[in-house]
Design a protein around this ligand. Sequence first.
Ligand code: GYE
Length: 318
Amino acid sequence: MNMQRRTAIAALIAAGLPVPAALAQGKIVLGFAQVGAESEWRTANTESIKSAAKEAGIELKFSDAQQKQENQIKAIRAFIAQKVDVIAFSPVVESGWGTVLREAKAAKIPVILADRAVNEKDDTLWVSFMGSDFVEEGRKAGRWLVEKMKGSTTPVNIVELQGTVGSAPAIDRKKGFEEIIKADPKFKIIRCQTGDFTRAKGKEVMEAFLKAEGKKINVLYAHNDDMAIGAIQAIEEAGMKPAKDITIISIDAVKGAFEAMIAGKLNVSVECSPLLGPQLMQAVKDIKAGKTLPKRIVTEEGIFPMEVAAKEFPSRKY
Ligand code: GYE
């Protein structure tokens, strides 16, 4: 038993207070402030974190912020008050984290950014940021479209379903995609609106796009599969054929996207892996063992067009 733990247990006993099980067992305690349960991706991410914590013998305090930054900030403050060993969170939006991160730093609790980045100049406020390269995902989506429309000179009208306003994946996936398509003026984004990464909103916004632009729409670029799946419903209800009348590109490559591709309703999905749990638990253990972590850990991922969907489907893990 290390000194710190022994002293903490002795202090609790002397004060006549109960000794928490995790402390008695010498378990590492991790506080995780999750975004919510907005998408299939997020559900798989939560499941990965919970099962990896169990496997690693790490006590997990898990909080679901229901896509509200104020709830995430509250959860982080609660973790600080509970003196957890490490705090990890997936910031719903990029900005507005300085104050609470400084509070964690003052309390000497290391912070890991999981999945999404923050927009803060002082990078000593977190130990490591692990997750995907969202700009590159946007580029992959763009490159696929450029290749698909190669040789054609007619204008390509694109509608874009953005992720949560101000979130790292929404900002970066837009940026990467635009960076690629701007090379050819035939590509035009004619409408762009947020669907908040959910199926319901994706459907609703696509309905509005269809009402406003109708048959002018050639391509839908959705920042995640859930919004694309919602939009597919809207397209079908409008009497059009998804993936044929409108080319559909999305991101995540969750099972629902594979099902849509196999059914011939989605053209392509760029992979974004939610399986961050094992990596996160390893990082938590490394921090506690005094190791220095890389400031940035990037997830490796691919891209899946509908032609390979049936073959790939059985080996998909989320
Ligand atoms: O693409 C989307 C989710 O942050 C990478 O959040 C994540 C994104 C993911 O809700 O489906």
